[in-house]
Design a binder for this molecule. Structure first.
Ligand code: OAD
Length: 256
């Protein structure tokens, strides 16, 4: 079946992006659910997104988990199944390809899937946690758990405590070690480009990190089919699906 392409950039805008990516040594990438949409994973706020039909208060808070861990786990179990079946798409692969070409590609993702890792990227901060990690509510230890399906819901730790998804919920703070890692990167290195891909940028801290990179001299490029809260600050907005846009960027760079 023929694929309908959504990406039809203005040539001068596209060549400004490919020139900048070609010359860049250090690229900060901020990703959200939209980068994994072409891999078949649902977004949160867009068409067909989770929060269009579900209440985040009932699924993504510690309060909800404490009230009904099985109910919350059923949602994560479904998402674990979907994530296990999903494959990285051209957008994830282009980012890892850029890294293989010797560029530093620092990925700050809000996604809990592991598609950046599976595409071969190495420097990744999962600021909202990982769907493949669990934390014991009793002894506080976090470990990897890739079992799909889990043997029981909620799953239990060897110490007998209930395990929770190691995900940052709406009523929780960000992991301080990850925040320090991002701050250290922003303070310590000259960033040439900040690429913001597939996120509506709901959270102020995400916007602040992108704007800090821009204020320190980075070109702010947004890749998203639609406007976002960051669009007014973007130097260039490429309107299209992440996989299509980044595949075009990679094809162009190949030919140089
Ligand atoms: P959202 O669902 O808020 O936004 C997804 C964005 O992706 C939208 O701007 C879409 O236009 C865009 N999009 C859709 N398809 C795309 C495609 N093929 N290529 C590129 N972009 C596409 O998701 P996030 O911004 O990631 O947090 O949401 C941030 C956080 O809110 C999530 O990490 C999650 C959620 O509640 C927690 O659960 C704590």
């Amino acid at each position: 079946m023929e694929q309908t392409l959504t990406f039809n950039p203005r040539p001068e805008q596209f060549s400004r992006v490919t020139d900048a990516v070609h010359k860049a040594k250090n690229i900060m990438v901020i990703t959200g659910a939209g980068i994994s949409a072409e891999s078949g994973l649902q977004t949160f706020r867009g068409e067909g997104g989770w929060w269009r039909s579900r209440n985040p208060e009932e699924l993504a808070t510690l309060k909800a988990f404490k009230a009904d861990p099985k109910f919350v786990w059923e949602w994560y179990e479904y998402r674990r199944e979907m994530t296990a079946k999903a494959e990285p798409n051209a957008a994830h692969r282009t980012l890892s390809w850029l890294e293989s070409k010797g560029k530093r590609v620092f990925i700050l993702t809000q996604n809990v899937d592991d598609l950046h890792e599976r595409a071969g990227s190495h420097e990744i901060v999962h600021i909202h946690g990982s769907i493949w990690h669990v934390t014991c509510m009793k002894d506080g230890t976090t470990s990897e758990d890739r079992r799909v399906p889990l043997p029981q819901l909620p799953p239990v730790c060897t110490c007998g405590g209930i395990l929770r998804p190691a995900i940052v919920w709406f009523d929780e703070g960000l992991p301080s070690t990850d925040v320090s890692r991002i701050n250290k990167y922003l303070e310590g290195f000259k960033i040439d480009i900040v690429l913001v891909i597939g996120t509506y940028v709901t959270f102020e801290y995400i916007r602040d990190w992108a704007l800090r990179a821009k204020e320190s001299g980075a070109l702010l490029i947004e890749i998203n089919p639609d406007e976002t809260t960051l669009s007014p600050y973007a130097d260039i907005s490429l309107r299209g699906k992440a996989g299509e846009v980044l595949a075009s960027v990679q094809t162009h760079l190949y030919s140089l």
